[in-house]
Design a protein around this ligand. Structure first.
Ligand SMILES: [Ca+2]
Ligand SMILES: [Ca+2]
Length: 323
């Protein structure tokens, strides 16, 4: 269940004047990091993602609510071993350091190319961890970050420790919501590695405490439902994308997709950081609406809905509906 009332960053995000969009303007300096899964399973979506992320409408809405926001970009495939990804692929790549120049950011987005990614789960957790920490990952602990699968240290552009007035929004695009190393898998990425990849707990701790992050995942319409729900409802994927009355993108939470654990890691990341999982429709046509909802919630956690709307909480998520 969403909890908008206990958001610990309330003071940092305290409402300012009402912006023209009808939402509060955030007072904190804001970093907006897009992390894009560029594996084969997302290949049909990449062009739509690029168009939506770099559209003037999306960029203008974000910069209207977060004046001076810095935009950063990272991508991931998976570790190139044991069938997880192809030779030469990577678990994390810094594509563009944080910048206020939206043209530079957009050029980086448009320069993304699809890879392979091997097996269905990917290195989402390690990628999210690296985007904040920039620590690098030396699999065989030999002091070199250039061996197969190693991730060189990188710098998204954070000043550490992060000033108290600064916040980060991570927007992760991935499909399907199936993560490697959750639950922790000692054979991943290879049973012979000396240093272990980031666990879910380490990711939560790092993005919260090092980068003051709220984590959001955007997933397309063809997200498969868990087997039990699929048989109960009689369809294999989410068949709808909009609230028919409001036109808003529907929020939903998936339970344990492809996992024996009780919750999906994306769900845990979102809940732990007061973020959300946003369902954006088969061709991502709901992305602008979803981002607007993200901005509303981030700018004013106590009132995620516009004037004239009220919040209702249903099993699939929380919705703003007309009063
Ligand atoms: Ca993979
Ligand atoms: Ca190494």
């Amino acid at each position: 269940m969403k909890n908008f009332l206990s958001h610990k960053r309330l003071l940092q995000c305290a409402a300012g004047i009402l912006a023209s969009l009808g939402v509060a303007t955030a007072s904190a300096a804001t970093n907006i990091i897009y992390i894009i899964d560029t594996t084969g399973s997302t290949q049909p979506l990449i062009d739509d993602w690029k168009a939506e992320i770099t559209s003037a409408e999306t960029l203008n809405e974000l910069t209207a609510v977060y004046p001076g926001a810095r935009f950063g970009l990272a991508s991931h495939l998976d570790f190139p071993m044991n069938g997880h990804a192809a030779a030469g692929e990577y678990a994390y790549k810094l594509e563009q350091q944080l910048t206020t120049n939206t043209a530079v950011f957009s050029a980086a987005v448009n320069g993304l190319v699809s890879g392979y990614g091997g097996d269905t789960p990917e290195s989402q957790l390690e990628a999210i961890y690296q985007a904040c920490s920039g620590a690098g990952y030396d699999l065989n602990n030999n002091g070199s970050y250039l061996d197969n699968g190693d991730i060189p240290p990188s710098n998204m552009g954070f000043v550490k420790p992060l000033p108290a007035t600064e916040m980060t929004l991570i927007f992760h695009f991935t499909s399907p919501l199936v993560y490697h190393n959750y639950p922790e898998d000692l054979s991943y990425p290879d049973p012979g590695v000396v240093n272990r990849p980031a666990t879910l707990a380490e990711v939560v701790d790092t993005i919260e405490n090092e980068c003051n992050t709220r984590f959001f995942t955007f997933v397309p319409a063809n997200e498969p439902l868990p087997g039990m729900l699929a048989s109960t409802f009689g369809f294999a994927a989410m068949p709808f994308s909009y609230d028919m009355q409001t036109g808003d993108a529907l929020n939903y939470s998936l339970m344990a997709v492809g996992s024996s654990a009780s919750e999906n890691p994306a769900e845990i990341l979102a809940e732990a950081t007061d973020g959300d999982i946003k369902y954006v429709g088969p061709n991502l046509e709901g992305l602008d609406v979803a981002i607007r909802e993200v901005m509303r919630a981030a700018a004013d956690p106590e009132s995620p809905c516009d004037a004239g709307e009220k919040l209702i909480i249903l099993p699939f998520g929380s919705y703003c509906v007309p009063i």
